[in-house]
Design a protein around this ligand. Structure first.
Ligand code: 9MR
Length: 354
């Protein structure tokens, strides 16, 4: 298949080239240069409104970050918590203001996700469902027009084992490709300028899922879907075989579209209680995974290096540290609880400066 040829007609690269600030040289801090100054594209993190009143988070973010992704307050779980008639945009408005005030880009996350919206959309007849689906995208993407520069229009459409696409309340109404295409078409209308992404996880670690994603992207583009960017979440794990991350990224790059490493973290945990490998060894494996990802990102053509986002800054900010299995020792993110660089931050800085 010739994905590059397919893409030559789409010419999306110039679209994002203009919205990027050039890297600014600045003084290393604590031995680590501000990541936003050395990352091609943007260096991003996720954010919750609660972070905006945490002085230590603010200091770290203003030093290293040039792009924000709302972690959950821009999802249906928050926006539709009071139902379809009373959209709650207050928290994302605060995040959007903070991003604008601090010269950071805002990445919208996420419009349509299989795991959200069931309750609000339950019991609607077909016509009401269509009005609500299109209306949600029109209202939310319309509200943030000019404030977000990019959107995860559809999140996580692929089954975990890569055997196909998920069946969900959206696919039951519009079909498995159909809901994705409809969401992109509506997002394009609501915000003609934003770069529109499809976002998915475990693409590097589960080859069958990566392959299914590539097939979906190819189908969508052939069908004329206004898909303009590819988000690979990169919730990696330490035992992904050497070379597998780079192999997937090479495939992904063949479309010629901007690539967003959109939610990087690498938990040190493994499933087996019999796994006795120590913390230092696990950190060395984590460094190897992150280095492979960052190095392959660096080898992408400039116009395809959209942004490199970690799913939190400090280990204590991570969703992994909030679940039942957490032992308080995991170090999935670039900074420790005190905001000091972890090996991950140094691995990123090394790769971005090479
Ligand atoms: O980190 C997010 C967590 O705080 C939320 O409770 C959860 C549900 O909204 O989503 C988490 O973020 C997910 C992201 O939106 C999509 N990819 C997987 C992320 C981790 O679960």
């Amino acid at each position: 298949m010739n994905r590059r040829a397919l893409l030559t007609s789409l010419a999306v690269a110039p679209l994002i080239a203009g919205c990027r600030r050039s890297a600014v040289a600045s003084t290393p801090r604590g031995g680590l240069p501000p990541l936003r100054t050395i990352t091609p594209g943007a260096f991003g993190t996720c954010v919750q409104v609660a972070n905006l009143t945490d002085p230590a988070w603010l200091d770290l973010a203003r030093t290293h970050v040039s792009q924000l992704t709302p972690e959950w307050e821009m999802k249906m779980e928050y926006i539709l918590a009071d139902g379809l008639d009373r959209l709650r945009l207050d928290r994302t408005d605060r995040i959007a203001r903070f991003a604008a005030d601090n010269g950071m880009a805002l990445h919208g996350h996420t419009l349509i996700w299989y795991s959200q919206g069931q309750e609000a959309f339950a019991g609607l007849d077909n016509a009401a469902f269509d009005r609500a689906f299109d209306g949600y995208i029109a209202t939310v993407a319309g509200h943030y027009r000019g404030k977000v520069q990019s959107w995860d229009v559809v999140n996580e459409p692929i089954l975990d084992d890569g055997s196909g696409l998920r069946d969900c309340h959206w696919s039951r109404r519009y079909g498995q490709d159909g809901y994705i295409r409809r969401a992109f078409d509506e997002a394009r209308i609501a915000d003609p300028e934003a770069v529109l992404f499809l976002n998915e996880y475990n693409l590097e670690g589960v080859p069958a899922k990566g392959a299914q994603f590539l097939r979906l992207v190819e189908r969508l583009l052939k069908a004329g879907c206004p898909l303009q960017g590819l988000g690979t979440q990169s919730h990696l794990w330490i035992d992904i075989p050497d070379g597998q991350i780079a192999a997937f990224m090479h495939e992904l790059a063949q479309f010629g579209l901007p690539i967003h490493v959109s939610e990087l973290d690498v938990s040190l945990r493994t499933d087996s209680a019999l796994d006795l490998r120590g913390q230092q060894y696990r950190l060395s494996l984590q460094t190897a995974r992150v280095t492979e990802l960052a190095e392959v990102y660096m080898r992408l053509p400039a116009a395809q290096r959209f942004a490199f986002t970690t799913w939190g800054l400090r280990d204590t900010d991570s969703w992994y540290r909030r679940d039942d299995k957490d032992d308080g020792k995991d170090r999935p993110l670039p900074f420790d609880a005190a905001g000091q660089p972890n090996p991950m931050a140094r691995a990123l800085a090394t790769a971005f400066q090479t």
